[in-house]
Design a protein around this ligand. Structure first.
Ligand code: 5GP
Length: 322
């Protein structure tokens, strides 16, 4: 179906695909390329492990199962052509772009969007542009941000348990046949930066980018230490949402008119229209997901608003709990 730089995708049954991890590795938009024996397997195992862990925390991903050393069965999705990068510490292109030193804490962590296009060298893109160019919708951007922050919260704590600092990572998202947005692609040493907390030793793809050697050994080391963990971090993830309910434009708003007349009497002559609305704040005891957003829409339609005379909009976000 598709052959990428490090993986092949083959059609499987029931809206699923096989994701086959090869031993190829590349950097600098494919300019540097090599084969590293065992790299496909360790990235496959690492992705399976991390997807399973994320699933346990209620993060919705494309992962179903690992059927052999190099193959995952995943939901078939349409990949959104915008990568989401989350940074806890300055490194890589962030330092080059802004001329700042490596290793500075970013609190709260920074989220960036990049357009997936090797010929253009995956340029940084603003949310506004990506929406305008129809690479993603506003709702997708909101979900992608919230899910990435939730994933960051989990992975930072997880890697901390094996004395590694999660510097940054990349996530890709896909649209399912029934319109959900889920985490897709892989999560492995190729898509994140990990530094040893005590020695600062690099445990990720920068070893390949910078010719530091022993790439697969370090990937395996991280995977082995993760596999030995007997328990996962205790985290209670929650997602915040606010629903704004407003009268439809065509509906008369007597309270708004009274407020407007009062403002005009107080000499605020520049105001000519006031609509009073309602604000509902919701704390949800789950990770952000398309399903949660759908539930919030149902609540808004059935309870928070009167759809005959009111419109509503939903804002959803995840606050890091550290
Ligand atoms: P940077 O923007 O600093 O080059 O990358 C930030 C983080 O995202 C790093 O952990 C890097 O490995 C990951 N990343 C950025 N772009 C890509 C990409 O195209 N493919 C993969 N696998 N990871 C990426």
């Amino acid at each position: 179906m598709y052959s990428g730089k490090a993986k092949d995708v083959q059609i499987y049954e029931n809206n699923k695909v096989k994701l086959i991890f090869r031993d190829s590795i590349s950097a600098f938009d494919g300019e540097k390329k090599d084969f590293l024996q065992g790299k496909g397997e360790v990235n496959c195992r690492m992705s399976a492990k991390l997807f399973e862990i994320l699933n346990e925390y209620g993060i919705h991903t494309h992962y179903h199962s690992m059927i052999d050393n190099n193959t995952l069965i995943c939901d078939k999705v349409e990949i959104i052509p915008v990568e989401v990068i989350c940074r806890n510490v300055t490194a890589g292109s962030f330092c080059r772009r802004y001329g700042v030193a490596k290793g500075l804490d970013l609190l709260p962590p920074v989220i960036e969007f990049f357009y997936k296009d090797d010929e253009l060298h995956d340029p940084l893109v603003t949310q506004e542009v990506a929406i305008q160019l129809e690479w993603m919708t506003k709702k997708e951007a909101m979900l992608m941000r919230a899910v990435t922050r939730a994933v960051n919260n989990i992975l930072v704590e997880l890697f901390d348990m094996i004395s590694l600092q999660l510097v940054d990572f990349k996530l890709e998202f896909g649209r399912t046949h029934d319109g959900r947005i889920i985490v897709a692609d892989e999560i492995s040493g190729d898509s994140m930066r990990l530094w040893d907390k005590e020695t600062g030793e690099v445990k990720d793809k920068d070893r390949y980018r910078k010719d530091m050697g022993d790439v697969v050994q370090h990937y395996n080391d991280v995977y082995d230490n993760l596999s030995k963990l007997s328990k996962l971090p205790e985290l209670s993830l929650s997602t915040k949402a606010q629903v704004i309910v407003k009268l439809k434009q065509t509906v008369l708003d007597p309270a708004g008119e009274v407020t407007l007349r009062s403002l005009n009497r107080m000499n605020y002559q520049e105001i000519d229209n006031i609509k009073l609305g309602k604000h509902v704040f919701v704390n949800c005891l789950t990770a952000p997901s398309s399903e949660l957003l759908k539930d919030l829409s149902d609540m808004s339609e059935k309870l928070f608003s009167n759809p005959l005379i009111e419109d509503y909009s939903i804002d959803l976000w995840f606050e890091e709990e550290r």
